[in-house]
Design a protein around this ligand. Structure first.
Ligand SMILES: NC(=O)c1ccc[n+]([C@@H]2O[C@H](COP(=O)([O-])OP(=O)(O)OC[C@H]3O[C@@H](n4cnc5c(N)ncnc54)[C@H](OP(=O)(O)O)[C@@H]3O)[C@@H](O)[C@H]2O)c1
Length: 257
């Protein structure tokens, strides 16, 4: 799919991966519809200078059903070509020590809002016979580390949701892209250390959000169904999926209660 001139919606676009993808799409000449809870001055003009065809900023709290519904309503007049469900929250630590309120908010942002926005924007895409839903999952969907129980469950659900949708959308002109995102140096990446460090020594490989946005551009333009990481992370993913006892034993050695 061509990014130039597309109507491109990105949730969680004020920092991290979402911001880097917004810049990448701006350079490619997209019409940007960017979502976050708050915006700083100058975002619109800097993205326009990079080449964005237009920039609309939306304020929405996706941790509530009302927030997702309000955003869906605001986007209902836009003929969306690309929906990048990227906004996310991290939970972590021993399950009994995680806050239930934080767990509920995380599932709401990572999963329910993603489903809600897809549900709202998909009919228009099907009618126009074009569009792409990009869902930001994680290596955690496949690599089941201790301290990641609730977050990993949300990301595994995103994979299942995207796979089922891909099958439903065959022949409609609408496609999906599931990002199996590895470590990306963002605020969330720094939070991982804080939330896990007491009980689990998490692998610390990461790449920059800008480098990742470039990989996402290639995946969009090449109409890939999945983005899978390469290198050491790919080896870890392969071991987790196909040599699970070896993966589990390596993980257990890094864990202490
Ligand atoms: N970084 C990694 O290593 C990594 C690895 C695998 C997957 N991922 C996934 O990649 C996505 C982006 O993460 P990131 O690393 O770029 O993290 P980040 O820098 O912390 O950015 C998270 C984004 O989500 C938005 N968000 C959070 N809560 C929200 C809410 N209630 N309503 C609306 N927006 C909300 C934030 O905007 P506000 O200003 O509104 O909070 C922010 O724009 C997430 O889905 C994450 O799970 C990241």
């Amino acid at each position: 799919m061509k990014i130039q001139s597309s109507q491109f919606v990105i949730t969680g676009a004020n920092r991290g991966i979402g911001q880097a993808v917004a810049k990448m799409a701006a350079v490619s000449g997209a019409h940007l519809h960017l979502v976050a809870r708050s915006w700083s001055e100058g975002v619109r003009s800097s993205l326009t200078q990079l080449g964005a065809a237009s920039v609309e900023l939306y304020q929405a709290d996706l941790a509530t059903k009302e927030g997702a519904a309000q955003l869906a309503q605001q986007l209902s007049s836009v003929e969306v070509d690309v929906l990048f469900n990227n906004a996310g929250l991290l939970t972590g630590g021993l399950l009994e020590q995680q806050s239930l309120d934080e767990i509920y908010a995380m599932f709401q942002v990572n999963l329910n809002a993603l489903v809600h926005l897809t549900h709202a924007l998909l009919p228009g895409m099907i009618q126009r016979k074009k569009g792409k839903i990009i869902n930001n999952s994680s290596v955690s969907a496949f690599m089941h580390f201790p301290c990641a129980s609730t977050y990993a469950a949300s990301k595994a659900a995103v994979v299942a949701f995207t796979d089922c949708l891909e099958a439903e959308l065959a022949g409609t002109g609408v496609s999906t892209l599931c990002l199996v995102t590895p470590g990306i140096k963002t605020r969330m990446f720094d939070e991982i250390e804080v939330k896990y460090a007491k009980n689990f020594e998490i692998p610390k490989d990461s790449i920059s959000a800008e480098d990742y946005a470039e990989k996402i551009r290639v995946a969009i333009e090449g109409d890939w169904k999945y983005y899978w990481p390469k290198g050491t992370t790919a080896l870890g993913l392969w071991t987790a999926r196909y040599l699970n006892p070896v993966f589990r034993s390596a993980v257990q050695k890094r864990f202490r209660r």
